[in-house]
Structures are given as C-alpha cells and as structure tokens.
Design a protein. Sequence first.
Length: 284
Amino acid sequence: MTKRGLLLPREHGAWGMLLQPFVAAAIIGRTWNWLLPVSLLAVLIVFAMREPLLVLARQRWVWREPHPETAAARRTLWWELPVLAGCGLLLPRRVSLPWMAGLGGMALLLTAAALRMTLKNRQRSVLLQLVSAAGLSASSLLVGYLAVGSMTAPWIWWVWILHALHSQSGIFAVHARLDAMGAQRNPEKLGKQAQKAASHAWRLEAVNAAIGAALAVLAGWVAVPVFLSVLIHVHSLLRLRKPEALKEPLRKVGQRALAASIVHSLVVILVLWQSAGTAVPRPL
C-alpha cells in the first residue's frame, strides 16, 4: 500500500499478529518507561521495511521495466533506516548487545526468507507461514527484556509461544477460507487445493490440542489460551462447511477474527499476570 508516497505492508492481519503480543507483554510486564515507544517504533519499522525491500528486489530480479513503486520504496527506506538506527542506539541502555544482535539477526533472517519465497511465488509455503507467525509474535520478546532486564522470566516466553500458536492457526484458517471460496466458484480446478488447505488447518488444530493437553498437565492454567485458540479456529473451520458462510464479506470475517484474537490476548494477560508480578523489574 502506498500512502503519501510511502510503502506500507498490505497484510492487515499481520499488524495484529505483530502488535497484540507486544501490547500483551507490555501490560503483563508492567512496562511503562520511555524505551517502550522506542522499542515499538523499532518493531514497526522492521516489519514495515519488508514492503519496500520486496519492491526493490522485484525491480532488480523480476521486473524488466522501471515501476513507479520503486521510487516510493527508496523514499520509504530513506526515512526508515535512520529512524531504526536511532532506535538501535537507544535500546542498548536497557537491552544487552548480544540479545539485541540475536533479535535483530532473527528479524533479518525472517525478512530475507520471506523475500526469497515471495520472489519465487512460494509465499504460501506451510513452513514459511509457521515461521512468519512465530517471527511476528516475537515482538513480545523485546518488551519482556525491557520489563525484566533479562530473558529469564518464564512469562516472557509464554507470551510469545501462546500468541505464535494462535497466529499460526489464524493464518491457516484464513487460507482454508480463501481456498474454499475459490473452490465454490471453480470446484474442478480449485477443489483439491481447498481440501489440502483445510487438511493443513485441521492438522494444526489437532497439534495445538495436543500441546494444550500437555500444558494442562505440566503448566496448569497456561493451557487455557491454547484451548481457547483451538475452539476459536475449530468453530471457524466448521463454518466453512456451510455455503452461506462462504458468502460473508471478508471484511466482516476479518473483524470477527480480530475480535477473537483480542479476546485470546486478554486471556493470555489474565493467565500470566500474577506470575509476572513476581519478576522484579530492573531500574533504568
């Protein structure tokens, strides 16, 4: 998407996958200091940079003629890179350099993998989708470090894991719906693709249900958000069997999915709130 001559990511759902874990970790960790908006800005820029980088990559290796988006991509990077560098200079006041390098390296690898797979028209790769959801949810790790001053508090990792599982299910549910809608219009050509997408989504929910059962034994209440996520997405997949449900406007479907993900994130906060309160924040 181009707004005022700048390129922004088109994936509306990805914004929620990125921001909800961040906000949840900030609330759970009682993280309210001046570095929180700095970290938010850094996270947003790292995510937003994928769009101009993709345009420049397509201009370099795919497009034969210059495209107008290329100038907008360069212009976008010209302001994103200095701002990101400024954030990188401020965050070491709280985040150790090894962890900064680790989180930054992970973001770089995920961005490079997404660009490569997109250029090869393999952005629907199952592995890429799973890794992308986990990468977006990792925004919570930076906030967790800001809150505790280390990565030793278990709640930091739980916030990431619980949101990543939910986001992964959401991605597969969306693809199952889109393919089912396509199969409804052209069953001969797209029927098998729709069945495959639905199969992937159902298998993932089975895996998540097993994870929830294991967590119920090993970690108690931490299993609640996992089971809630399974219920949300099983209900969504069951609705795909009704032809009238496939006629719903995608905007309405997206709004319902956003509401469900917010409820899930609130449950994560409630489950982890007390355990996080035992972690003593390190002063700035």
